[in-house]
Design a protein around this ligand. Structure first.
Ligand SMILES: [Zn+2]
Length: 289
């Protein structure tokens, strides 16, 4: 039997995705090239190819240092002092995330710092990205998010919080909640940011998730900043009202397979629609309507 070109391209692409999730970047890059050679249109899965390329280029230029049972970093082998300082920030951030979300890490978090901003021009995100791999929880940060004394701590907290949510909720948290928790953790429980322009398009959980997931919005733009601030504010409100342990219980129930709205009802002892009603009121008040 001969494979058609489309089938062959699809198989190579599937293989590239699998190898990338296993963090086997050399092999993933080869599979990606094979997919394009077999006729995969360049526009298709472009981000996967660029992620593989950026992560592979970083791996070739980096050293990997295991800092603890739960944390490994992959950084350029430049100045030792810089690496020590970065490691300190990362370790503190991971400790804070562990505590904030009551996480038991099933495998180490791998923090990868991409050394060249030209490799990550495709990343339009608040800081970088998080992706579950088969033996690591991988956080990738571009140079702009790795500034010592600047955003590095916030970036580590935000992306490691995604790793924590993915772990506790088993990848089942809705996007608005995932981002809301990341923003809440990133700002040490006190999310700031203007939500004045949020009415009416982000006025429900589903609308907010849709906006954050859609391709229409650039995640480093103004609309995204409003969505992040709003999601963070909602999570903060829940944590203040019912306590952080209710939030943990909610995530654990989602992780055990309960639909998130029902899990909310059980963890917070009230229906989610009441929260959503208050959410709309918050947006109206912020907009002065
Ligand atoms: Zn995020």
């Amino acid at each position: 039997m001969r494979l058609t070109r489309d089938t062959a391209a699809a198989l190579h692409l599937q293989m590239a995705g699998r190898l990338w999730r296993e963090d086997r970047l050399e092999a993933a890059a080869a599979a990606m090239s094979a997919a394009f050679a077999a006729g995969l249109p360049a526009s298709h899965q472009f981000d996967l190819q660029r992620m593989i390329d950026a992560e592979l280029a970083t791996r070739r230029r980096s050293v990997r240092v295991r800092l603890s049972e739960e944390l490994e970093i992959e950084v350029a082998p430049m100045q030792t002092a810089w690496r020590v300082a970065v490691s300190d920030v990362a370790a503190n951030a991971l400790r804070d995330v562990t505590r904030a979300l009551d996480v038991r890490w099933p495998m180490p978090v791998l923090l990868t710092l991409v050394p060249d901003s030209n490799w990550v021009t495709f990343v339009h995100a608040r800081y970088g990205y998080y992706a579950t791999r088969s033996d690591r929880l991988k956080v990738v940060l571009p140079p702009a998010s790795a500034q010592l004394g600047g955003v590095l701590r916030s970036a580590c907290l935000h992306e490691m919080a995604h790793a924590g949510v993915a772990t506790v909720a088993q990848g089942r948290a809705p996007r608005w909640l995932d981002e809301g928790i990341a923003v809440w953790v990133e700002s040490d429980g006190r999310p700031r940011g203007d939500i004045g322009g949020a009415w009416p398009q982000f006025a429900s959980a589903d609308a907010l998730s849709g906006a954050l997931e859609g391709h229409a919005m650039s995640l480093d733009g103004r609309d995204a900043a409003i969505c992040y601030a709003l999601a963070g504010r909602i999570v903060q409100g829940e944590a203040l009202r019912a306590g952080v342990s209710a939030l943990h219980g909610w995530l654990r129930r989602i992780g055990a397979g309960e639909p998130w709205r029902r899990a909310y009802g059980r963890a917070f002892h009230r229906p989610f629609w009441r929260t959503e009603r208050e959410w709309r009121r918050t947006i109206r008040e912020a907009a002065g309507r």
